[in-house]
Design a protein around this ligand. Structure first.
Ligand SMILES: [Fe+2]
Ligand SMILES: [Fe+2]
Length: 285
């Protein structure tokens, strides 16, 4: 089947890596990465340095303290966030809090889906007694960041892709592959590599629709995929997230949870997922 691709992959990748709409973020992330690399720099010092950026601080604290992220009203400073959540989770949250505000209200369901997936990922990781639960939560939050980029950088083309998925009944990522030659998980991987997130976050984001092809961090990849599917099954998908896809058999086989445990997790987070329905697009800002 020969289909003409509507975006050139190489030039889009370059555009993503330059990402002009988020001017301060790349600088900030490289500074943060440098500070983390130096073992002599204390967490407190890093927190103080980041706090000099007032806009960043207020966005980050707003996100982690929101009723929906998991630490409502509990984190008062950037240093506190670092201690409680860890460097890599905070780095992911800096990205999240900066990037979603660039979205138009069209992408509000996607934002809500991301918050819900993050809640599910945290609960699943807790049930599995994973360490670094917050990193699982951040992978959930960022798993569809590639869609965010498509909404920002190629809004018209992406509308066509969403429309095609809707009318053809095929999944959005298959339709992206067909019309663009790459999908939102690929974009998520490119941008997270560019922003020097660790592989334990990059791989789950880049492989959440191709679980069995993941090159490592298999449990994180599977939890990211399962949380996405669980939330979609609970009615918390983004607008283009139809048709529903079954949970990847590899996740059912390899994640050591019974169906009862999975149902229990879904039941426990249901009130929060329900409450997300009351949010409005202004809450993204
Ligand atoms: Fe996705
Ligand atoms: Fe998703």
């Amino acid at each position: 089947m020969s289909t003409e691709l509507i975006i050139d992959k190489d030039s889009f990748r370059k555009k993503v890596e330059r990402l002009t709409n988020i001017p301060t973020l790349p600088n900030l992330l490289s500074k943060f990465t440098e500070m983390i690399k130096n073992p002599k720099t204390s967490m407190d010092a890093i927190g103080k340095e980041l706090s000099k950026d007032q806009v960043l601080t207020s966005k980050l604290l707003k996100l982690v303290n929101s009723a929906f992220y998991g630490f409502p009203g509990r984190i008062s400073t950037v240093s506190h966030a670092l201690v409680l959540l860890g460097y890599d989770a905070v780095k992911g949250l800096i990205i999240t809090s900066n990037i979603f505000e660039n979205l138009s209200s069209d992408a509000f369901p996607l934002w809500r889906h991301s918050i819900a997936s993050s809640l599910a990922a945290r609960s699943i990781a807790n049930e599995l007694s994973m360490q670094d639960v917050e990193e699982f939560a951040v992978a959930g939050l960022l798993h569809d960041i590639g869609k965010v980029i498509l909404h920002i950088e190629a809004p018209e083309e992406y509308k066509h892709v969403i429309e095609k998925a809707r009318t053809s009944g095929r999944t959005i990522w298959e339709t992206e592959q067909e019309m663009l030659g790459f999908d939102h998980a690929n974009i998520g991987q490119w941008i997270c590599e560019k922003w020097t997130l660790p592989e334990k976050l990059i791989i789950p984001i880049g492989s959440h629709h191709a679980v069995k092809d993941a090159s490592g961090f298999h449990m994180r990849v599977m939890v990211t995929s399962l949380s996405d599917m669980m939330i979609r099954g609970m009615g918390g998908g983004a607008e283009e997230d139809f048709p529903l896809e079954p949970i990847d058999p590899i996740c059912e086989e390899k994640i050591p949870l019974t169906q009862d445990q999975i149902d229990k997790i879904a039941e426990n987070i249901a009130p929060e997922i329900g409450a997300l329905q009351h949010l409005v697009p202004e809450d993204m800002k």
